[in-house]
Design a protein around this ligand. Structure first.
Ligand code: DAH
Length: 355
């Protein structure tokens, strides 16, 4: 039997057994590798005598093609089988119930900040932001807060260095300073954000939120302040009428200063804002002190105006019936699912305060 016939018989019967991919690849290299059987036969061609060479070469080429085709088709079959097996196993069961999908909620404080920002931006206030880490000058000195003021005490303020130059801002009022230093009057801004004091109990958290307001122009008086706050409170609590009173107070950065209370009553265990004979303090305000204006190079004889600082968390608690301030900051997912807001409930006319 000729060599070619032997190779043919031997490998055809081998290839027709049930082989795996690695065995077929092995056969492929046994035949066509550098020293494979077929490759060796090709090398032999030159030494065959002329009369037989042509015939041998043509038989060898035919055999080579046959073996190659057989190997290719076997490899193809194995790959197809594999794909079919996978498809069989990974069949999608369209009758299975869908996976549950949970949409995140907007925290009530974020929602409240957006609502406040929307209301003020409708009456011409723009939004400013300042950093949580402030310097002593912006937080106290420029705001006319004397060295011996209790707010400067270690017990009230988180200082970040021994020299007491850097601190976590104790209020949003330093944004007034930043705003007035970087621009020329008039100013009409609000500045919502985080504030910090060394305080913690049921109604105080070491981190809380305020919104600062500042309106400086040539003809701004306390009547404007009253009108602005009255409008805001009615809009925020969505009531037609609001009982509001200004109580004389003291802040170093305003003269005169006032605290504002709103009227409320308890009806069926629920707090109703705007009526009743009980009073609730919600903000501090006043006419910006001439010394503050001088500190930021604004001439107090030409420009005056008002400022206010509102506790955001307190407003959110009142509006949404949340009675423990600490729950805002405990990051309890169940609490957030209950009190949080759908992302689409955010007022559309104001968006985008960085959080
Ligand atoms: N910064 C004050 C505080 O945190 C609140 C405040 C009062 C802000 C009067 C003002 C203001 O702008 O005019 O207690």
């Amino acid at each position: 039997m000729s060599d070619l016939k032997k190779i043919k018989d031997n490998f055809f019967s081998k290839l027709n057994q049930n082989l795996g991919l690695s065995e077929i690849n092995q056969i492929k290299s046994d035949l066509f590798g550098k020293n494979g059987l077929i490759s060796s036969q090709f090398k032999k061609i030159g030494s065959i005598n002329e009369s037989e060479r042509k015939k041998f070469a043509s038989e060898l080429n035919i055999l080579k093609d046959e073996l190659q085709d057989l190997i290719d088709s076997k490899i193809n079959d194995i790959k197809k089988d594999e794909i079919n097996r996978k498809l069989e196993k990974e069949k999608i069961d369209v009758t299975l119930p869908e996976r549950s999908f949970v949409r995140g909620k907007i925290h009530p404080v974020s929602q409240t900040i957006d609502e406040i920002s929307a209301i003020f931006s409708e009456i011409g206030f723009s939004i400013e932001e300042g950093p949580d880490i402030e310097n002593e000058y912006n937080n106290f000195t420029a705001l006319n807060t004397p060295d011996n003021h209790p707010a400067r005490d270690m017990h009230d303020t988180f200082y970040l260095d021994k020299k007491k130059e850097k601190l976590l801002r104790t209020h949003t009022s330093p944004v007034q300073i930043r705003t007035m230093l970087k621009d020329n009057p008039p100013f009409k801004i609000i500045a919502p954000g985080r504030t910090y004091r060394s305080d913690s109990d049921q109604t105080h958290s070491p981190m809380f939120h305020q919104v600062e307001g500042l309106h400086i122009d040539k003809n701004i008086n306390m009547g404007d302040l009253k009108g602005c706050l009255n409008y805001f409170i009615k809009e925020f609590f969505e009531v037609e009428k609001i009982k509001m009173r200004f109580r004389p107070s003291h802040f170093p950065f305003t003269e005169p200063s006032a605290e504002v209370d709103i009227g409320y009553e308890i009806k069926d265990g629920k707090i109703v804002i705007g009526e009743g004979d009980k009073w609730l303090e919600i903000l501090g305000c006043g006419m910006v002190h001439p010394k503050v204006l001088k500190n930021v190079n604004v001439d107090p004889l030409k420009y005056q105006g008002y400022a206010f600082g509102i506790g955001i968390d307190r407003l959110a608690m009142l509006k949404y019936g949340i009675n423990d301030l600490r729950s805002f900051f405990e990051c309890d997912y169940r609490w957030l699912s209950h009190f949080g807001f759908d992302p689409l409930d955010v007022p559309t006319n104001y968006r985008g305060l960085s959080r």
